[in-house]
Write a protein that binds this ligand. Structure first.
Ligand code: NAD
Length: 270
């Protein structure tokens, strides 16, 4: 059984801050990768949010640095990867975590300009970060990329067309990137989180009733957190997943498997 193999590796986590106090998916992934011995580049558009994650990693004796960058801008992604490579001499892991809710509404209601701008943040950003990280992974002899999508990228049902479409694009981008870069030892996987309770969803206020409805909306009837997603990132980036590429790992307490079943048997057709 392979060890984790993350000790001494260099990992980039985009959106490694959290938009409000608490543990988001990116922050959890960064902290857990640091616990495995990675040097973690905490890439965030807002320095203070990255700093807060760094303080948490510092407190545990881990190694990290904050890199301020906007993943929607090509030059910013290029400069960020260069800074990280110049500082630590390699890049092994990329976690493309940044994602926003984006414009609301169905096709009729959605603002087309807001759609274009948000697409750069949710989708184009992951291509841009990979564009600059992959050449460094090649130098290291391989690497691992994890793209964060959503269960909304695997099914309909979200009232906002943008979020569903952009996360669906992340799912397909993962499969395509896995096939392009597998032969050079770069594994590309995707996590599709269910409705976890993170600052992304509670920062703008979430009523207790909605929180409870989200909790009950999965098969385990249990609330998920950023740590659940972070654990998946650690697995997929570690050597324990050395034979895993191109998968879409739903971490969702069974939401994608189905709805909570009616336990009363009904008479079947004869
Ligand atoms: N919370 C959920 O229920 C849920 C469900 C499914 C998927 N997701 C996905 O998880 C990811 C978000 O996870 P999180 O909890 O870390 O989010 P978060 O909203 O707390 O954001 C993390 C960080 O991203 C940074 N950021 C935003 N735009 C940026 C940009 N353009 N460039 C650089 N940094 C930027 C923010 O400053 C913030 O610190 C998203 O991709 C989201 O779609 C979340």
């Amino acid at each position: 059984m392979p060890e984790m193999g993350l000790e001494g590796k260099v990992a980039i986590v985009t959106g490694a801050g959290s938009r409000a106090p608490g543990i988001g998916n990116g922050r959890a992934a960064a902290i857990l990768l640091a616990r495995e011995g990675c040097k973690v580049a905490l890439l965030d558009a807002t320095k203070e949010l990255g700093d807060a994650t760094k303080e948490m990693i510092d407190a545990e004796g881990g190694t990290s640095m904050v890199v301020v960058a906007n993943v929607a801008e090509q030059a910013s992604c290029e400069a960020a990867v260069k800074t990280i490579f110049d500082s630590w001499g390699r890049v092994d892991v990329l976690v493309n975590n940044v994602g926003i809710g984006g414009p609301m509404g169905n096709a009729v209601d959605t603002d087309a300009d807001a759609w274009d701008a948000a697409w750069r943040i949710n989708v184009t950003s992951m291509m841009l970060m990979a564009k600059y990280a992959i050449p460094e992974m090649r130098k290291a002899g391989g690497g691992a990329i994890v793209n964060i999508a959503s269960i909304d990228g695997l099914r309909g049902g979200n009232p906002n067309l943008f979020y569903t479409a952009s996360k669906g694009a992340v799912v397909q981008m993962t499969r395509a990137m896995a096939s392009h870069h597998g032969p050079e030892g770069i594994r590309v996987n995707c996590i599709a989180p269910g409705y976890v309770y993170t600052p992304m969803v509670f920062a703008q206020g979430m009523e207790a009733e909605l929180r409870e409805r989200r909790r009950k909306n999965n098969l385990l009837q249990t609330e998920g957190t950023g740590w659940d997603i972070g654990k998946g990132v650690v697995y997929l980036t570690s050597d324990q997943a050395r034979w895993v590429s191109g998968i879409i790992l739903s971490i969702d307490a069974g939401s994608m498997a189905g709805t909570v079943g009616n336990t009363t048997p009904i008479k079947a057709f004869d």
